[in-house]
Design a protein around this ligand. Structure first.
Ligand code: M6R
Length: 610
């Protein structure tokens, strides 16, 4: 979704703002712009397309500008044109917006009747003119903002610059993320703390219903009733280097390769190496009243949803309560049955996904205990949940989620095991075996990552295929779904994931000699049935690409191409190993097809609109 960045200080800021926007490129966007205020005037440059195009216009801004705002736009209302790009400007006022103003038509009609004309097709421009009109009768910016926000329905993270107050930037947050960064003689804001990483680690995340005012040396906050607020800044624990490509061609490739370290670090952080016990305090579990929990509902979107589906194979089995997994966008738009005995768990890399956030707020309002599994500290979902298990996978910049997925699965496994132990649902023997399986995982993940070269060769054979089918059974069914999603996202190839047993209920009609079928068949409980499904595909001349055990000659002999993969004694942990070849497959196919791997078309990293 849109990215916003603002700067106010004592030094020229155009380059700093532009670089902040570059760090937000991963979020997905289609046009961009920057406005600065200098010499009592607003100056703007905008462009459709990527930031490289905007960069050519930066020289048109006064270089001695000490305050300004930048925006990358992910089009919702109006085409991705220069005209529709932000900042929007009216006279001495400039505005950037992340979110959607739902009642913009009604407001626009009202403003047009009042003589205002619109330069863009965006919903955002109505906020600019509303504010401009209000400032005529309410000459203080804070008071004018308090008046107009009462008229806005929807989600908005706003940045405002006004020549009437040339030493201040204003921010408003409702529904869309806004974070303030504090520096020495300069302050900043952004839609995502990543944008601020090289500038500061001292940040204040605005809550919904808050307004901020930044000067170069002060930060003031108010709530929407006008009451002044005080907030102590939090300290980010990510380094600027962790958000760089570090020599890799793409972030996606870097993040796939980071998985052995992320998995090892997570286990080291959460499992005491001496006692072999999971640290339930660090996991956020001690803050929950488990005696009350009779069922668990997971809510999530996309890859996070597939990870949550794997919890059925670890949390449900370990804890012995019913686990259901819901797409957040569906869950929030019906009236689900929830009671105080339901634990609702949100799974999210970004912590900002609008649908997942709405679910956790709804569950809390219904009196449920709420828990989050999240990667980004201080983001909105952890701030709304009773307690959070932080994945600590480090910044994930590639739009296609890779290390976040494996990290989520590991967190579900640890959660299930830890809760089971607390509730005395596992014998010490079973607990010990599970910890042993965990200890072997980092080495196995390392071996999986080292098979990249072979997968690149497989990708070279199939990258021109217009369709793919992925199939698996049990936990590997989720890997089939995730493998298909990864391929679609980064290569734009049509791909579907199916449960092996479902193939004969319809999708088998698609099989012919042109259809590559990626069969995920580790040597688990479902193995023999998967082999039968592979035979069914072969009988219809389907082209089988197998993902299975290194020594599985039987399976290998049935496949046109075979990707060996390390094995785990646990079915849920096995998914961490079997997904890695599919991440590589998607990546290398995308590279062969020449797509924009890290910022695939139409996609955004953090989906902050419904
Ligand atoms: O930040 P979240 O984990 O809440 O994001 C959820 C989905 O938007 C995300 O997983 C999306 O499906 C990815 N692009 C998948 O690679």
């Amino acid at each position: 979704m849109c990215g916003v960045v603002g700067f106010i200080g004592k030094r020229p800021c155009v380059r700093t703002i532009f670089e902040g926007l570059q760090r937000l490129e991963y979020r997905g966007y289609d046009s961009a712009g920057i406005a600065t205020l200098s010499g009592g005037k607003i100056h703007t440059v905008k462009s459709d397309g990527k930031l490289a195009r905007l960069e050519g216009h930066l020289k048109d801004l006064p270089q001695e500008s000490f305050m300004g705002m930048g925006h990358t736009r992910w089009a919702t209302h109006g085409a991705p044109t220069t005209q529709n790009a932000h900042p929007h400007v009216s006279g001495d006022l400039a505005l950037i917006h992340n979110g959607i103003i739902e009642n913009y038509r009604e407001l626009k009609n009202e403003l047009i009747k009042d003589g205002y004309s619109f330069k863009s097709e965006t919903d955002s421009e109505v906020v600019l003119h509303l504010l401009s009109r209000e400032l005529k009768s309410t000459p203080k910016m804070k008071d004018a903002l308090l008046k107009i926000i009462a008229r806005l329905h929807g989600a908005y993270g706003l940045g405002i610059m006004w020549a009437g107050e040339p030493d201040a930037l204003y921010l408003v947050k409702q529904g869309s993320p806004v974070v303030i960064g504090t520096g020495t003689d300069e302050n900043y804001f952004a839609s995502d703390a990543l944008a601020l990483l090289p500038l500061t680690k001292s940040v204040i995340f605005l809550n919904d219903g808050e307004i901020g005012r930044l000067t170069k040396s002060t930060v003031e906050l108010w709530d929407f009733s006008g009451k002044q607020l005080t907030r102590v800044p939090s300290v980010l624990n990510w380094t600027a280097a962790s958000a760089e490509k570090q020599g890799y061609r793409h972030y996606m490739l870097k993040e796939i390769h980071e998985q052995p370290a992320v998995i090892a670090q997570t286990i080291a952080r959460l499992v005491d190496s001496k006692t072999g016990k999971i640290d339930t305090k660090e996991m956020g579990i001690d803050d929950l009243d488990l005696s009350q929990v009779k069922s668990i509902v997971y809510v999530a979107c996309g890859t996070a949803y597939y990870s949550a589906m794997i919890s059925k194979y670890c949390v449900e089995q370990f804890v012995g309560v019913s686990v259901s997994v819901e797409l957040a966008s569906e869950f929030r738009n019906r009236d689900p049955y929830l009671d105080k005995e339901t634990l609702v768990i949100a799974v999210t890399q970004s912590g900002e996904t609008a649908d997942t956030l709405a679910c956790i707020k709804h569950a809390a309002a219904k009196g449920c205990q709420t828990f989050a599994v999240c990667n980004v500290r201080f983001s909105s979902i952890p701030r709304s949940a009773k307690s959070t298990l932080y994945m600590e996978a480090g910044p994930e910049v590639g739009v296609a989620s890779t290390k976040a997925f494996t990290s989520m699965v590991l967190c579900h496994y640890l959660f299930g095991l830890a809760v089971a132990e607390k509730k005395k649902r596992v014998t010490p023997e079973v607990y010990g075996q599970a910890i042993q399986a965990l200890k072997q995982l980092p080495m196995a993940v390392d071996r999986a990552v080292n098979a990249a070269g072979l997968i690149e060769d497989v990708a070279a054979k199939y990258y021109e295929s217009p369709n793919f089918i992925f199939m698996g059974r049990g936990p590997s069914y989720m890997i089939a779904l995730e493998g298909a999603l990864k391929l679609k996202e980064v290569s734009y190839i049509h791909a579907e994931g199916y449960a092996g047993g479902e193939l004969k209920h319809g999708p088998i009609a698609l099989i012919d000699r042109h259809m590559p079928v990626v069969a995920v068949a580790p040597q688990d409980f479902h193995y023999e049935k998967m082999i039968s499904n592979v035979e069914e595909v072969r009988a219809r001349e389907g082209v089988v690409i197998g993902v299975g055990d290194l020594n599985d000659d039987k399976f290998k002999s049935l496949c046109r191409d075979y990707i060996p993969c390390p094995q785990s004694s646990d079915g849920a942990l096995q998914t961490i190993l079997t997904v890695i070849p599919l991440q590589f497959l998607a990546y290398y196919i995308a590279v062969k097809r020449g797509t924009d791997v890290d910022q695939p078309r139409n996609l955004a990293k953090s989906v902050t609109v419904e």
